[in-house]
Design a protein around this ligand. Structure first.
Ligand SMILES: Nc1ncnc2c1ncn2[C@@H]1O[C@H](COP(=O)(O)OP(=O)(O)OP(=O)(O)O)[C@@H](O)[C@H]1O
Length: 470
């Protein structure tokens, strides 16, 4: 099995003291940082920097022939984006501070506790990862194109917001930081999790688990596993999903439903990168990337005290929000065609076509179940079709006899203690909303409002003129 290297860039350790290089490499490897290179001769630094993709250098200050300070000024001139951490002797703190002024990220005294150096390195790696992501994001936004469009081919969309989500996902593909995917039920969050996993190029599997309603003990057992004899009935050691997802991705769905006790366990896992199988006092390192999803609004849950602030803070570093289907109506015809095709294939039916008016009529429906709801309707329609035309009967309950959405009282409410809007105010608001939903497509908006396109155009002109006058 391919062993994944982490971080995505090399960490170069430079010190003439071979024993220090060895012990520091071991400490780092134990913490999961295995993309390392050591160098005991500072004169070799330039050739190593040229050959390898180095992102972070741990540099000793006192070395024979070439001092660390000299190496630092060379690095800052030739490789200004590379992060440098200085390791100094006890009596060299002044020079170390000077190095920070010259652009070193931080300094540590060699005799300090290795954990302190490790914390500094972790901070530097995180900062470097964010810098690289920022650069990737900038170039993605500027280029407006995807580097690996094939991986996104299962997600059908022409929506600009979705494309910017895709570009963002590409730019964070290689970090090991968690990713939070939010969006209403059925918008395609699991599809996005699959893409994040594929883009990461990790050799391990994608392991998915729905954590809604899972009690805290079951959560710990499922994620961390248990040792033999951990509790009555635990007659065998059980591997947890974190371990099963090693070198891959662990996808936790419905994270908003996680109990507060389990939230603490997840937070610790993310912060420390370590966990204890139930009944074991030997910690294990997490080698998987965590992706979580929720259809709930975590900000609101947090305000109600149902979701931990610190966990939300940790998760939202990389956050993507998938817009609901009603906000990307241009996707409707594409998705209808896509689902018809896949349903025909699965049901062994000859190709079917949908009437053009179907997507226009459906554009007035709010799709609370999003793409999943549309998929179920289309599959139902395909299964009921006997000719080469799609049988639209399953869609009829959503629309009235004029092919317009049936409004219920609960969808339009006017609080009794407020003044009613005027008819003209209401009409303007409706027109604005229809234009927004139709992405400024006047024919589509006109169909939604039940008026002709010229009538809408006239209304828009009048609205513009009156805004001008005011
Ligand atoms: N843009 C899309 N293109 C193609 N299929 C889609 C798209 N969005 C969603 N689907 C399909 O709709 C169904 C629901 O998608 P998915 O399970 O990813 O949604 P979800 O947001 O994870 O839902 P939930 O919140 O209920 O878990 C799946 O069958 C998926 O393949």
């Amino acid at each position: 099995m391919k062993y994944n290297l982490y971080p995505q860039f090399k960490i170069l350790l430079v010190d003439d003291e071979v024993a220090f290089l060895r012990s520091m490499s071991l400490t780092l490897e134990r913490q999961g940082y295995n993309n390392l290179m050591t160098c005991s001769d500072p004169s070799l630094v330039p050739s190593l920097m040229e050959k390898e993709d180095v992102g972070l250098v741990l540099l000793d200050l006192t070395m024979p022939r070439i001092s660390g300070q000299k190496v630092l000024s060379w690095l800052k001139e030739e490789y200004p984006n590379v992060c440098v951490i200085i390791i100094s002797g006890v009596n060299q703190v002044d020079s170390a501070v000077e190095c920070v002024k010259q652009g070193a990220f931080d300094y540590f005294v060699k005799t300090s506790d290795q954990n302190q150096i490790l914390d500094g390195l972790k901070r530097a790696i995180h900062t470097q990862e964010l810098t690289l992501e920022n650069q990737a994001l900038r170039s993605q936004i500027l280029s407006n194109e995807l580097e690996r469009p094939d991986i996104f081919s299962k997600i059908i969309t022409s929506d600009q917001v979705m494309w910017s989500v895709f570009r963002y996902i590409e730019s964070i593909a290689s970090t090991r930081q968690p990713v939070l995917i939010s969006g209403e039920s059925g918008v395609g969050k699991e599809l996005i999790a699959n893409v994040i996993h594929e883009l990461s190029n990790c050799s391990g599997p994608l392991v998915s688990v729905n954590v809604a309603g899972v009690d805290d003990n079951v959560f710990a057992d499922t994620l961390f596993g248990h040792s033999r004899g951990a509790f009555t009935g635990a007659d065998k050691t059980r591997l947890g999903l974190v371990e099963k997802a090693a070198n891959g991705t662990l996808f936790l769905d419905e994270i908003g439903d996680l109990s507060l006790a389990s939230q603490i366990k997840l937070l610790r896992l993310l912060q420390e990168g370590e966990y204890y199988p139930v009944g074991s006092d030997k910690p294990k390192r997490m080698e998987a990337r965590i992706v979580v999803a929720t259809h709930q609004k975590l900000e609101e849950l947090q305000a109600e005290g149902k979701f931990r602030k610190d966990l939300f803070f940790r998760l939202k570093t990389h956050m993507v929000n998938i817009p609901p289907l009603r906000e990307r109506l241009a996707d409707l015809p594409l998705l209808i065609d896509h689902f018809i095709k896949s349903a025909c294939e699965e049901m062994n039916k000859p190709a079917l076509t949908a009437p053009k008016s179907l997507s226009v009529s459906l554009s007035q429906y709010t799709f609370p179940g999003n793409a999943r709801e549309l998929k179920a309707l289309v599959y139902d329609a395909v299964s009921q079709s006997t000719s080469n035309k799609l049988n639209c009967a399953p869609f009829e309950p959503l629309l009235n006899k004029d092919n317009h959405l049936v409004f219920t009282e609960s969808q339009v409410q006017f609080p009794t203690n407020t003044q009613l809007p005027t008819l003209s105010n209401m009409a303007d608001l409706l027109v604005e909303e229809a234009m927004k939903r139709a992405s400024n497509n006047q024919s589509l908006a006109a169909r939604m409002l039940g008026i002709s396109q010229p009538a809408l155009s006239k209304r828009l002109k009048n609205m513009k003129e009156s805004q001008h006058r005011n």
